[in-house]
Design a protein around this ligand. Sequence first.
Ligand code: PEP
Ligand code: MG
Length: 584
Amino acid sequence: MSTAEEKRFQGTGVSPGIARGTVFVYRPDDEAAPSRRIEESEIPEEIARFETALIATRAQILEMQQRIAESIGAKDAGIFDAHLLVVEDRTLIDEVLRTLARDKMNVEHIFQNVAGRYAKTLSEIDDPYLRERALDIHDVTRRIIHNLMGKEARDLSSIGTPHILIAHNLAPSDTAQLDRTLVLAFATDVGSKTSHTAIMARSLNIPAVVGLHDASVQLSSGDHILLDGYNGLIIVNPSDQTLWEYGELEIKKTEVEEKLTHLRETASTTLDGRHVILSANIELPGDMEQVRQNGAEGVGLYRTEFFYLNKSELPTEEEQYAAYRQVAEAAAPHSVIIRTLDLGGDKFMSTLHMPEELNPFLGWRAIRFCLERVDVFKTQLRAILRASAGGNVKMMYPMISGVDELRRANVILEECRAELRAEGVPFSETMEVGAMIEIPSAAISADILAKEVSFFSIGTNDLIQYSIAVDRLNEHIAHLYEPTHPAIIRLIRMTVEAAHARNLWVGVCGEMAGDIVLTPLLLGLGVDELSAGAASVPRVKRAVQALDSAACAQLIADIQHLDTATAILAQCDAVARAHYPELL
Ligand code: PEP
Ligand code: MG
C-alpha cells in the first residue's frame, strides 16, 4: 500500500515503455565548491584532507582503469594514465599548498581555483596535447573535489543496481554508454524528440521522457517513481489505483506487440501491391540483432559517428572496416546505407578538439568537417569502400547544402578508389552514393543534385529544424517543430519529384519515417523507402500493409487546400485511424 502522496511531472515521451523503480539523480557537479575562511591553526588539517582526497582519487582512477581495461580493452583504459599524472603533478600540488597558506581559505575552494587557472592556461596554448591535458585536469578536479566534500564520485557507469536515471541533460555520448540492464529508463529536464539522445534511447529500447524542466532538482536519488515513456510522464509515489491502471496498459501494449512480431517475415507492401522498402536506422553494429528481430529490410541509415564517440583515439581504417563489414554481413541479403561521419551539432569527440561554437547545428558539422579534415574522411571512405566489396553497401553524405560540397566529397572518394585500385584492394566499383536532403537549400536544388547521385535520403529531423528555424534540441520551442508544416511537405515533394524525374529512388530516414500517423502522407508523396528506428519497424510495416495507394493519393489531394500544420496533421490522423485504429 503506497502511503506518500502521488506527484506527477509532465514532459515529452521520446521512447516508449513503462518503467518502475528507484531514482538515481546524475549531477555532473560542475558547481563551484563552497568557500570559507580558515584560521592559521586549521591549515595542517586542510593539508591532511587534501592528501587524503588525492590518495582516494588515485585509487578510484586505478579502479576505473582496470574496469575499463577488462570491459573495453587496455587501449581505451590508457586515457586514465593522463588522469593519474594530474593527481601526482607536483607543480599543481605545491601551488595549492602555497595558496592555502597565503589565502587561508578551505582547500576545496583553493584547489578549484588553482586547478581552474592551470587548466585555462593549458587550454589557451595552441597545442592539441596540452589542450587535452586541460580536459584531464578538469575531469580529475571534479573527482578530487567530490572526495574533499565527502561525496561519492559517481559516474554514469558506477551504479551497480537497476535504477531510473534522472539528469538535467545527457549528451548522446552519455546515452550511448548506458547499460540497458541497469538503466530501466531515463528522464531529462531538457531535450526533445529528435535529439540524438532521444534517438539513442529508442535504439537501446530504454523508455525515456525529456523536457521535464526541473525534475532533476525536484527529484532525489532513492525516490520511487513510475516513468511512462508513451505519455511523457513521471509519477512519484504512484498510488495503487495508478499502478493498477498502468498494469492494464502494459497488458494491452504487450498484446499489440505480440501481434506485431508475427509480421517479421512479411513484406511492407500496400493492399494494392505497392512495395515500400522498410529499413532500420542503427547507431552501432550491435543494433543489428534488433534490425533482424523487427523484420526490417536492411539498414537505411547507419549513423557511423557513434563509433567515434567515447573513444580516446580516432578509429582506424581496420576497426571501421571490421564494423562496416559486420553490419553488411548481418544485413545481407538486404543492403546497408552507411552515412559518412556526422560529427558536430550535438555529437562531439573530445580527441578532435572541435571548437565550441555559438550555433553548433549551423556550424562545423558533418560533411563540412570532413571536407576540411580530409585525413579523417579518407580513413572512413576507404573503410566503407572496402566493406562494399561484399556488394550490399551503399553510402551517403550528410548535410549536403549544394552541389559544390557533393562534388568535393566525390573527388575525395575518387582519390580513395584510385588508391585502393593501385593497392589491389577489392571494393565495389558500382556502390551507390547518395546525398541526404536535410538542408532546405538541398531540397530546393534537388534537381541539380539529382544529376550527380544515385539516391536521396531525406533527413527530416534536420530538414524541419533548418526550415522552420527551430532548434531540434530545445524543449521551449518544441511545439514549433511541426513535421506537417506546409513548407516541409513542399520540400519533400520537390525532392521526390526531382529524384523521380531522373529515375532515382528517394527515402526518408528522419524520425517522420517511424511515425505511423504520417505513413499515409509519405506514401502519398511518393517516397520509395522508409527507414525508422528498429523498434518502430513492425508498426510502420503494419501501417503500410493496411494502406492503399488510392487512400494516400486522396490524402494528398485533400491537404492541398489546408494551410496549417495542425489541419494537415488532423487529416493524416483521420486516414491512419481509418486504416489501423488498433495501432493508435
Ligand atoms: C535527420 O536529420 O533526419 C537524420 C536522419 O540525421 P540525424 O538525425 O542523425 O541528424
Ligand atoms: Mg541529420
